[in-house]
Design a protein around this ligand. Sequence first.
Ligand SMILES: Cc1ncc(COP(=O)(O)O)c(C=O)c1O
Length: 378
Amino acid sequence: MPLTTADGAHGTYPLFEIAPALDRRLNRVPLGDYPTPVDRVDPTTLGLPPGGPQLFIKREDISAQGYGGNKVRPLELVLGDAQRRGARRIWATGALGSNHSVATAIHAHRAGLQAGALLWPQPVSLTARDNLETMLSLDCRVECLPGIAMVPLSVAAVRLLTGLRGPRDYVQAPGAAVPLGALGHLSAALELARQIRAGELQPPHDIVVGVGSTCTAAGLLVGLRLARYAGLAFTRGRLPIIHGVRVTPWPVTDRHRVVGLAYRTQELLARLGGPALSFSRRELSAGFRLHTSYLEAGYGRASAAGRDAITRFARRDVLQLDTTYSAKAAAFTLDLLASGRTRGPVLFWATKSSVPLPRADPSATARAPAWVQRWLSR
Ligand SMILES: Cc1ncc(COP(=O)(O)O)c(C=O)c1O
């Protein structure tokens, strides 16, 4: 397949290579620098004893210039969909300091779209504040939603509540957690399979990822199975277990929502002319473990284990973590490596962008709605 996008050393977008029909039927706006690298980390640099399982990090934190992290891959497909439908403004839905919203604000112009964000209050943190100030500086229109309880609601319900009924307003589900968005992470799993095939890492026994809206975990769950189906990797032996570390509360991260999204993603893949995978919900569920205790005090609140992980990963510049998402997933990773419950290798999926944000414009904050200014001044 010809190189149609800037997809890095491996040349093509893995999903379209495995399923060329999707290349014809989906409009993808290329944002990412792929493949994202895989780093091998000596676990002793994180304070773990020698001789334990191997640790690798999938560097999704540098997935794109301008802003990386795990929101880039779903955005490529969702922005393309909005563009094709003739939208003028693309809205993200999330908490006030949402990474998905700031990613949308930074990348929307690549599809010729304006950005908007439908946001609900969350605990103040440095990252959340920086994200919101960046959104405001980029002229992203910001509107208020009542709370995280909005997450399981459909996009249609959110549109109704916010009065955005015009065809030119494209409203994304929180975290782009719809089958179209999850296809982006499915492609990431195929990319990982190529990296395994190329000898960049051994097939992992465990993959650890934070679960917020469910999009990433669901896409990876199907993507690993597609990689095996296509003969790219994992053809002998078992598939890696996906360990989802809860970073937003139940019911947003109920395991049935993760498995349900994975199931609907495989259905969409087949409907678009891709391979007809037919895993049952039970089979998908068997490859997924949900870890709930690392959420501790709740969404957006730092945890003691997370803070410890931040310090240990920062000590030798292994990786920059954030308190809300990646630190909690990293805390589980450290416990898993120390527990003797895995032979490894363990692969940590680095979801938080480490690309510096554009400099915020203080005058944009001064023009923000009063409720936003109140939150920023806390
Ligand atoms: C940095 C970061 N990590 C992990 C997650 C969880 O990913 P997902 O929403 O795909 O479940 C999010 C979600 O917002 C995030 O921003």
